[in-house]
Write a protein that binds this ligand. Sequence first.
Ligand code: CA
Length: 345
Amino acid sequence: MDQVIIINAIRNVSNQKIMRYLVVAIVILCVSNCKTEEKPTPKPMKSKIVVAHRGASGYLPEHTMEAKAMAYAMQPDYIEQDLVLSKDSVPVVIHDIHLDEVTNVAEKFPDRKREDGRYYVIDFTFEEIQQLQVYERFNHENGKQFYPNRFPKGKGNFRLHSLQQEIELIQGLNSSTGNDIGIYPEIKNPEFHHKEGKDIAKITLSILAEYGYTSKSDKCIFQCFDAKELERIRKELKSELFLIQLIEFPEETKQLAYFATYADGIGPWYKQIVDKKVDGKWQFTSLVNDAHDLDLKVHTYTLRADQLGEFSSFEENIKILLFEAKVDGCFSDFPDQVVRFLEKQ
Ligand code: CA
């Protein structure tokens, strides 16, 4: 059986039971294909890295263990974890500080919303959070699924989990398969956490250290949108991890020299790199060159096969960013397709 055939089959399967068997099958296949007797030795970072954005989130609800196991079998270089603290300070792997766009929290705990009508991860204990069903992402106001052609909302039996649980999955698979797939954690909204009396950076760094991630040669890249907090992580908390400064707003692209004082790379939105098409050729901003001049790696977000925007195909999208704009890596909801594309080069 071929791994690619199974992954393609999974896209067409909505029966949850069959799908779970397939995810298990992929992992077993990967184990049988990849197991070696020798322990992996740390290798230098590849010239183009693929990050499974929230797991294999194009195929299964984001940040579920199932999405991470499937992503693992697709052989990206890193798997991403977004992190928000629970009431009892457990780093939960979830993209938003709110629970209500990926879970059934509004039905399960209807009286636990704040005045703004939203349900916050930080208001629930980890034990309560684990009781929630996870759904494919939807709009909390109208209930509509965000990507209509992805995994059907409300189907299946998915749960949220902690950073520790996910590290144990990835490290466990690394050990049983002989692969060396890394983690790529992002602390979400540290300022919000500080206002709530919690230090998400400190808590996360200490868990990472417990699991052996302390230096740039460990397979862990740490990312954050908040520049002050990432600078604090390097200078005050003395982290020696590989740090990526995420960039949200165009004006931040002018702060590269400052970012280079503490970060090892930047993570810009791809639209800050790709400018426009002139006479059939894509033009680029100077961002990638400017970053490389300062010795900063560039990992761009987010490549999606079902949201091509200005590109005519997903292959074009990958090729333009990775080979013409010359970024060093990308986040993708469809890591299998990016890995496959790179294998053909
Ligand atoms: Ca993220």
